[in-house]
Structures are given as C-alpha cells and as structure tokens.
Design a protein around this ligand. Sequence first.
Ligand SMILES: Nc1ncnc2c1ncn2[C@@H]1O[C@H](COP(=O)(O)OP(=O)(O)OP(=O)(O)O)[C@@H](O)[C@H]1O
Ligand SMILES: [Mg+2]
Length: 246
Amino acid sequence: MTEVIETRGLKKDFARGDVRVHALNGISVSIAPGEFVAIVGKSGSGKSTFMNILGCLDRPSEGSYFLDGQDVAGLSADERAELRSHKIGFVFQAFNLIPRTSALENVELPLIYNGISRAEQTRRARESLDKLGLGERVDHHPSELSGGEQQRVAIARALVNRPKLLLADEPTGNLDSRTSLEIMSILEQLNRGEGLTVILVTHEDDIAAFADRVLTFSDGEVVSDESGARAGKRVRADGPDQETRP
Ligand SMILES: Nc1ncnc2c1ncn2[C@@H]1O[C@H](COP(=O)(O)OP(=O)(O)OP(=O)(O)O)[C@@H](O)[C@H]1O
Ligand SMILES: [Mg+2]
C-alpha cells in the first residue's frame, strides 16, 4: 500500500540575520493511509515547519517528500498547488476564516477554481457544513460564531474537496478544554469512520491521546515515535480499532 506521507532526510534551514537556523535536521517518517498521528515537542522544535512542508506550503532545503507516492520536489508551483487543493486539507490554530464573509462562502472558496458549477459549489459546501453540524449557521459571518463553530467551519472548508489527508497545526490552541474535546471527537470520527489520515500538532497530552501514534520533535529531529498504548492512547470500550478500520 502506498504511504500517504514518506519523507527521507528532510532538512529545512532559515536565514535569520547572519545565522542559519536549522529548523529541521533530517526527518524520515512514513505515514500510512488511515493513521491518526500527533506531533508534539517544545516550542521551536520544528513542528510547524514540518507541517508546512507536508502541506506543500513550503519546500525543504534538502531531502525528499513523497505525497501519496508522488515526489513533490519534481513538481512546479502550479502542480504543487493542484496537489494541495485535491489531496490535503489544512486547519490552523487561528481558524483563518475570511471575515465579513458567510460560513457558506468560506467553505465554497476551495471549490471556486475547480471548474465546477456555482450550484454544485453551493451544494457541496452545504453538505460539508451539515456534516460538521453547522447546517443552521451557513449564513453567519465568522464574528457571529463561537470559536468552536469557527473551527468547525474551517474543518468543513478543509474537507470540502474530499482530501485524503488532514493536517491540523494546533487546531485546539485557541479553544477552551470542553470545545477542544468536541473538535477532537470530530477529527476522531473522520479518522475512524471515514479513514481520513489525520496529522495534528499539539502541546496538550490529552489532545495527543486521541492519536494512534505520537511523534516527538526536538531540535528539528524526531526523538521518539510511539504507537498504540505506548502513545498514551485511551483504552476504549470497543477494544482495539486498528484492525477494524476501513
Ligand atoms: N520563516 C522563518 N524564518 C526564520 N526562522 C524560522 C521561520 N519559521 C520558523 N523559523 C525557526 O525555525 C524553528 C522551528 O520553528 P517552528 O515554527 O517549526 O517551531 P514549532 O515547533 O512549530 O514551535 P511552536 O510550538 O512555538 O509553534 C524556530 O527556531 C523558528 O524560529
Ligand atoms: Mg508551531
């Protein structure tokens, strides 16, 4: 089976004044379809840098990255944008919704350049919002929504093109703990119910506990990669779910 993500020796340097910052120091990881992976580690350890490369928002200085078997380095900027729009949904800590624009229009946005009809755009955006329990909120602007609702709109937008990979960089970082758990159970349902591959960055142990696998970053390296019980996965009443996934 083709891995969704395969990186080999990924490095990323940034210039800061006269010094070079080694944000990533050789990251080699494989992530299979349907995995739910949490990335943890101290501030500045390279988590967002890694996520931005996975999301084709940035390019590595060295090393290779295969997304769904495709070598991303060999692609033009347009091809990368195309790949990003079809295969990846991205969710951020700050929601990144467009203000003074309805929830519906926010979710329609990724569809606009897809050559599908206006009516079909609206139908798909409504379907995506419905799925996130926001059917009654389609006409609301972000400022008229709670933090949890805004993040649900952002998730609806990330999923509207039916990507196979969802990247979430501290999606609960701006939410209270109860709302954070609501968002996490949505991600869990998408992963367990629909086989969506989820990679999430978090600082919170109870958020990381939703994942099947936890990668710990330190100084741009993966210093631990733990799966299952060792990752601190909660014991579920319905037993191990790894084998029963679609
Ligand atoms: N665009 C940039 N220019 C210069 N340095 C950068 C840039 N982006 C990140 N860095 C540096 O690279 C290192 C890794 O940053 P990164 O944002 O990936 O960390 P992080 O693990 O996501 O931290 P946090 O938990 O605070 O979000 C840091 O030293 C950071 O200052
Ligand atoms: Mg970060």
